[in-house]
Design a protein around this ligand. Structure first.
Ligand code: NAG
Length: 391
């Protein structure tokens, strides 16, 4: 047999194995309807190349180590107390200045299966039962806390906490499947994202790899109690944040790495445009006092992720290999978890970049909340909160 023949033989066997997946070891074996979509990546040259060479985020303070698991959102109430955060076991916790206490919850079916686990990822299995509060925002006038729960939709709880009530769990008859983040304008309208109507958060890896484009940006009207779709056919829309004057909001779109601007007022009202091409995979975005936007990134783009994005068939082939999804994940994020946060002006200009490119202190930041000269950083992968002093 010639070397080419051997190679062809091996390739044939591999293709056969992948096609049948006899041992059900592939990352998509439980997803018979898995389909990978084209991801409309900008040319590689358009990705911003600036870096924080000093790795300033390595100077972050680690707070509340092992007291909280996987805090995603960081919110302070209208009196400046907090933070409040949603954690991996489904609770929303409140730091009263001394200690963490239970504040609210989104599932009415919590049981011992929601009890503490050794690591944030161990909670994934029961998230749909225990709940997973992601985006949190206080209504500054009423003190109500609005919650985007990945499984239970848009919810609200009063200033005293407790069991949250549901505000929306569908739009246009299509159930919310992965509610992710929200913001509230002065009139009480809520703008929020449903990352996908096909995949839930516990299957976020399959969602990332498929490039599924069923994500939506929605609006909840508190007077009519109706939810309408503002933007559709999005790939993993995530963070949402209003501009300081409520004339527009920005939202992140994951696999294509874009920050969009959606106009609410003026002649461009109800239209959106691309505000910035992002250097990595975005999560939440938060507006600071000056009206600039802090975008938190799960990771920076790398060539492997970029090529995967361009070729859907290659993605499906790789996912069918008997490789644990954890390895796919590590390749996708560039080998190891690291941290990147970027501040944008309302015109989409980069104002500041902060990184921990080694993930030595902080990693995979989910949200950056700026308060009194400090950045409060949560992460679904960290068992603590990172605090960076801007001064
Ligand atoms: C409630 O939780 C139990 C596990 O503790 C689960 O078996 C059951 O399906 C849940 N019920 C609902 C309605 O989610």
């Amino acid at each position: 047999m010639t070397p080419t023949g051997i190679l062809a033989g091996i390739f044939l066997l591999l293709a056969l194995y992948c096609g049948i997946d006899p041992l059900k070891q592939s990352a998509i074996s439980g997803f018979p309807d898995f389909k990978s979509y084209k991801i409309d990546m900008p040319p590689w040259s358009l990705f911003p190349k600036e870096k924080d060479e000093e790795n300033l985020l390595q100077r972050s303070e680690i707070k509340f180590l092992n007291q909280i698991q996987g805090p995603e959102s960081m919110a302070f109430d209208p009196l400046g107390r907090g933070p409040y955060t949603g954690v991996a076991d489904g609770r929303i916790l409140f730091f009263d200045g001394q200690k963490w206490t239970d504040f609210a919850y989104t599932s009415n079916n919590r049981s011992e299966i929601c009890n503490p686990q050794p690591s944030p990822l161990k909670y994934l299995k029961n998230e749909h039962i225990c709940g997973r509060p992601l985006g949190l925002r206080f209504d500054k006038k009423t003190g109500d806390l609005y919650i985007a729960d990945a499984y239970f939709g848009l919810m609200k709880v009063g200033p005293e906490g407790g069991f949250a009530t549901s505000l929306a769990n569908e739009a246009e008859g299509v159930p919310l499947r992965f509610t992710n983040d929200l913001d509230i304008d002065d009139e009480g309208n809520v703008y929020f994202t449903d990352s996908s109507t096909a995949y839930q958060r516990r299957n976020f890896m399959q969602l990332v790899f498929s490039g599924d484009n069923s994500g939506r940006v929605l609006k909840y009207n508190p007077s009519s109690k109706e939810t309408t779709v503002l933007v559709r056919n999005l790939q993993f829309p995530n963070g949402v944040s209003l501009s300081k004057d409520d004339s527009f909001f920005v939202f992140c779109e994951g696999p294509v790495g874009r920050l969009h601007k959606y106009w609410l007022k003026g002649e461009k009202a109800r239209t959106s445009e691309v505000l910035a091409i992002l250097p990595g995979y975005p999560d939440n975005v938060r507006t600071n006092e000056e009206g600039n936007f802090w975008v938190a990134f799960h990771c920076r783009w790398n060539l492997y992720a970029y090529i995967n994005a361009l070729y859907p068939k290659l993605r499906t082939f790789l996912l069918k290999l008997p490789i644990p999804i954890k390895i796919h994940y590590l390749l996708q994020i560039g080998g190891w978890p690291h941290a990147l946060v970027v501040k944008y002006s309302p015109e989409g200009k980069i104002l500041q970049i902060l990184e921990d490119s080694q993930g030595k202190v902080v990693k995979a930041i989910s949200e950056v909340e700026e308060k009194d000269g400090k950045l409060w950083m949560g992460s679904v992968l960290m068992p603590f909160v990172g605090v960076y002093n801007l001064a």
